[in-house]
Design a protein. Structure first.
Length: 133
């Protein structure tokens, strides 16, 4: 178990422990950032299905989402993946998220350490590849 206390000095809400090698855990809140067995499944059930997505954006060119608590960005990544799969050509998704304790940049960019940023990186790489083509 590794603690990122050096990166987060002075803000207890940002202290992270890495459990099982790639699972971010917040000792300040006594909670994992997402389901330990399948974060994407949890996101699909709680965030997407809980908000009636993707059904609610069906047939709409523009859709706006507001979220409290960005965390690792898993809800954003999974929402974007679903949007790209179902959106009409030229569609626009606006996703605004507020986070009181954002992950420090070195932690967020260390995608090899946990699942959510790795998923985001793959999505970003695919999107960048499409723009270049």
């Amino acid at each position: 178990m590794t603690t990122d206390s050096d990166t987060n000095a002075g803000n207890a809400g940002l202290d992270l422990e890495w459990r099982d090698g790639d699972m971010p855990y917040s000792p300040a809140f006594g909670d994992h950032f997402y389901c330990q067995t399948d974060g994407r499944l949890e996101c699909g059930h709680v965030f997407l299905a809980g908000n009636g997505l993707p059904e609610r954006w069906s047939g709409r060119e523009t859709f706006r989402i507001g979220e409290l608590g960005f965390g690792t960005g898993l809800n954003f990544c999974e929402t974007w993946r679903q949007w790209k799969a179902a959106a009409s050509p030229g569609g626009h998704l606006s996703f605004t998220s507020f986070e009181l304790y954002p992950m420090p940049r070195p932690v967020a960019l260390a995608g090899r350490r946990y699942r959510a940023p790795r998923a985001c990186r793959r999505l970003a790489e695919r999107a960048a590849g499409r723009r270049r083509a």
